[in-house]
Write a protein that binds this ligand. Structure first.
Ligand SMILES: *[C@@H]1O[C@H](CO)[C@@H](O)[C@H](O)[C@H]1NC(C)=O
Ligand SMILES: *[C@@H]1O[C@H](CO)[C@@H](O)[C@H](O)[C@H]1NC(C)=O
Length: 367
């Protein structure tokens, strides 16, 4: 095989940017908009984020860190999905993580995007690259065929998006050297140092950590058909009392996950659901079935969920009392939509500082 030629123009900027760091930023106004495979101009609607640098106390590369950049031992791994509808949320979420952590250069983002959707994986990669030029990240295509046959329709259309199920395939999708990951939904902002969340221990056999809500009536997440069939409901036998947890923020031990083959366990429950309606929601109940009662309880400040309001009524929620490290607009309302409509809830003002969206029309006015 002949050696792959590297076009000269791709090297020159690299050299220039080595000697003159600001070159890369200033001389590429066109970097944000680009032409895709089918010759259609793709407009990046996000403005470039400020550069966030490590503090002095940040751990650096160790001797045994050779190999893939994603395998370095000092990294904090974060996984999120990327899709057209929630892109603005994902970009704001990344921005919020970088802004509040003491070691932003040590965060590695693993993005999972639809392998066949629009924007394409290549386009989404360019959006992330041009918005966060020094970000360590990788975009993985998600083969939606993996789950389309397993998804049963739920009460809310948005819950049936195949990408919602990507979180149960992270152990397969991510580089095998990644043993722990923080999974985050796209409708969140982190307002604390994510390294604190990263450093929690998952004790004993626990595979995931998440805040638990034991006052919530757990029974109602499953149908009578489930509870009256002891063959099914005995799944919780031998566990601590299962409590509701939200799968939008999870610390996951991918090493234990791979050994225990938990992805297959989740799929088994999705198969059961196809035959017999045992729950109403989308990707959450299988997680409750597999991990409920065996979750490492994380402090509630790491998932102030429900800020999207009630699923049916357009209602505003306020923050729960106590310290907050992560805000989560779960529910139907999303802050970017409510802000655009000029009808935001008070909590949406807390999301706005992280928003990097500048629609294309505004780009043109700037030029
Ligand atoms: C950017 O905005 C334009 C028009 O506002 C839209 O057509 C395009 O799809 C947007 N691009 C992305 C990546 O959202
Ligand atoms: C919990 O929900 C179930 C099903 O909706 C209901 O039958 C039960 O009475 C509830 N339990 C409590 C303590 O509210």
């Amino acid at each position: 095989m002949p050696p792959r030629l590297i076009p000269l123009f791709s090297i020159i900027p690299l050299f220039l940017s080595l000697f003159c760091p600001s070159f890369a930023i200033r001389s590429f106004p066109m970097m944000t908009d680009f032409i895709d495979e089918s010759n259609v101009i793709f407009y990046n609607n996000f403005t470039e984020a400020p550069v966030y640098r490590n503090g002095h106390e940040c751990p650096v590369s160790a001797k045994n860190d050779a190999g893939s950049p994603a395998c370095a031992s000092f990294l904090v791994h974060v996984a999120m999905t990327l899709d057209a509808e929630y892109l603005r949320g994902s970009i704001a979420a990344v921005h919020s993580v970088l802004m509040h952590t003491s070691c932003p250069e040590n965060i590695y983002f693993h993005f999972v995007a639809s392998g066949s959707g629009k924007p394409t994986v290549a386009e989404l990669t360019r959006v992330v690259e041009s918005t966060f030029p020094s970000l360590a990240f990788k975009v993985y295509p998600f083969d939606e065929k993996l789950v389309t046959n397993l998804i049963s329709s739920s009460i809310r259309k948005a819950l049936d998006n195949p990408l919602n199920y990507a979180r149960s395939y992270l152990a397969d999708i991510l580089d095998q050297c990644v043993d722990r990951v923080i999974y985050l939904d796209s409708d969140i902002v982190v307002v604390d140092d994510i390294r604190k969340l990263w450093s929690i221990s998952l004790t004993g056999s626990r595979v995931i950590g998440a805040p638990e809500y034991c006052h919530v009536n757990f029974t109602k997440y499953f149908s009578d058909e489930f509870w009256f069939d002891s063959k099914l409901s005995k799944v919780f036998d031998g566990r601590r009392r299962p409590c509701y947890f939200n799968t939008g923020v999870m610390v996951m031990d991918l090493g234990k996950w791979r050994v225990g083959n938990y992805g297959a366990k989740i799929e088994e429950w999705m198969e059961v659901q196809k035959e017999r309606r045992i729950y109403e929601l989308g990707s959450l109940p299988p997680f409750l079935l597999v991990f409920g009662g065996d979750v490492e309880p994380i402090r509630h400040r790491w998932n102030q969920h429900g800020l999207g309001g009630h699923n049916v009524l357009s209602s505003c929620r306020s923050l729960h009392p106590g310290p907050v490290s992560l805000l989560h607009w779960s529910g139907k309302g999303k802050p970017w939509r409510r802000l655009d409509e000029g009808n935001p809830c008070p909590v949406d003002r807390l999301w706005a500082p992280y928003d990097l969206y500048r629609p294309f029309s505004q780009h043109q006015e700037q030029r």
